[in-house]
Design a protein around this ligand. Sequence first.
Ligand SMILES: [Zn+2]
Ligand SMILES: [Zn+2]
Length: 276
Amino acid sequence: MSLDLWLEAHPYLRPLAELVTLVERAAAEVEVQSARIPEFDDYRADFLGGVPLLSSAAAAVDLEPAGRMAMALLERLSSSTAPEWLGNDTRALARELGRDPQAGRRIAEFLQGDETVTPPFPGLLRYLGWTAMARYLRPVGTAFGAWRNEEKWLRRYCPTCGSLPAMAQLIGVEPGRMRLLSCGCCGTRWQFKRTGCPFCEADSQRLASVTLEGEPFPRIDHCEPCGGYLKTYNGQGDEALLLSDWSSVHLDVIARDRGLKRLAVSLYDFDAARAS
Ligand SMILES: [Zn+2]
Ligand SMILES: [Zn+2]
């Protein structure tokens, strides 16, 4: 499945696709700081205790450089040929955050959920910040993925950043078929039980699934007790597109219309109207 084909079938996603492309292009021009790979043996006890990597004092991943990368991305977008609203909003963000000499650290704290950081356009900062953070963390994520024993995590939140899953993926064939959860913030994928809700941990009997006509994937798996849902990609090979979260924002609209609740953070609800 190519992006072009996907957009042909979902033309209403085009404005968002253009925005994502523009932001990714700008992010690629920002110099990548190199993240130090943690000593995973020091982190092992925290891992077994359910502490996500980025929250672990023992792992001590320094996120401040990622905050500086986010700041550089803001500055680049604010002076680029971005659409007017994006130029205006990123300028306002860069101006406000730039007053603090510790802007990089503050952005990193904000992305980690620190509510004392109250920027203008928080949704936009979350999106741009995680775009930079994901690039910064890439080598750490690769090393963590190689070190991590999936069977020893199986938790409902991201082993890297602690976020609840934005999406899921079903892979493999019986009897080895399994479900991965996918983080909408840092992009980590991790194993979870096949059925069962990651939001309230209700058991398997209560999960139902909605598949749209003419749309094989992703589908919407939802939980009756808590109303939470997971957009689920049932397949392999198109992860970059189909697990990107933005490429299925139309399913979030459908889920909301059915009274379901998005319980994971979305990086793409900074204001859907602005991207159209
Ligand atoms: Zn994550
Ligand atoms: Zn639930």
